[in-house]
Design a protein around this ligand. Structure first.
Ligand SMILES: [Mg+2]
Length: 210
């Protein structure tokens, strides 16, 4: 595995390509994301206008959220209750509260056009509860969440190359099935090649692990 963020992101050419949000500028440039609702800009790869995307405010950061929750629990002397297992269960409970808001509605369109302001605010509350517990759980488990996300996204890009899975919901393992078989390596040989699953694992390890 790569030792630094640039290599992990697949940009090992020595360029300083890390933007202020901690990710590769090249990666950020490839995302058709608009900042704070500004007018759509042409894609860097074509003159086609990309659809406007919702974006978050830059603050608070994840570290800000960790600090605010730490202050909240310190002020109430609740740290003695906030062990990792309790935090995990609390977070799962909050996920259930999010689920209740979607329950029995059928499919919900992006942007929630049919939801009232009150329902949207309730959703914002419950999603915030999930995030707050997630951040505190990561803190208590000593997981540096922002850096962990960068590492995991790099692994995801290696595991699911856009050229292989573009437009498909199938996982790469299923897509490359058939490239391998347990047939004899040479006719008449008793030595067999890898199965589809073994082949997928071999390919993944060869790709991800130097
Ligand atoms: Mg709640």
């Amino acid at each position: 595995m790569a030792a630094n963020g640039n290599e992990a992101c697949g940009f090992a050419n020595g360029e300083s390509s890390v933007s202020s949000n901690g990710c590769s500028k090249d990666f950020a440039k490839s995302q058709p994301v608009l900042v704070n609702g500004s007018a759509p800009e042409p894609s860097s790869h074509s003159n086609v206008l990309q659809p406007e995307r919702f974006t978050f405010s830059p603050e608070p950061t994840i570290e800000d959220i960790r600090r605010m929750q730490a202050e909240f629990t310190d002020e109430r002397d609740w740290n003695k209750f906030h062990q990792p297992r309790n935090l995990l269960l609390a977070m799962v409970g909050e996920v259930g509260e999010v689920s209740e808001l979607f329950q029995w509605r059928g499919e919900v369109a992006e942007g929630l056009p049919d939801w009232s302001e009150s329902e949207r605010e309730q959703l914002a509350h419950e999603l915030s509860d999930v995030l707050i517990y997630l951040v505190e759980l990561a803190e208590k488990c000593r997981v540096d969440l922002p850096q962990a996300v960068i590492r995991k996204m790099a692994l995801n890009r290696l595991k699911y190359p856009a050229s292989k899975v573009h437009g498909s919901a199938k996982k790469l393992r299923a897509l490359i099935k058939g490239c391998f078989s347990a047939a004899p390596i040479t006719p008449g040989s008793s030595v067999k090649g890898p199965t589809a699953n073994e082949g997928a694992d071999l390919l993944f390890r060869k790709t991800v692990v130097p």
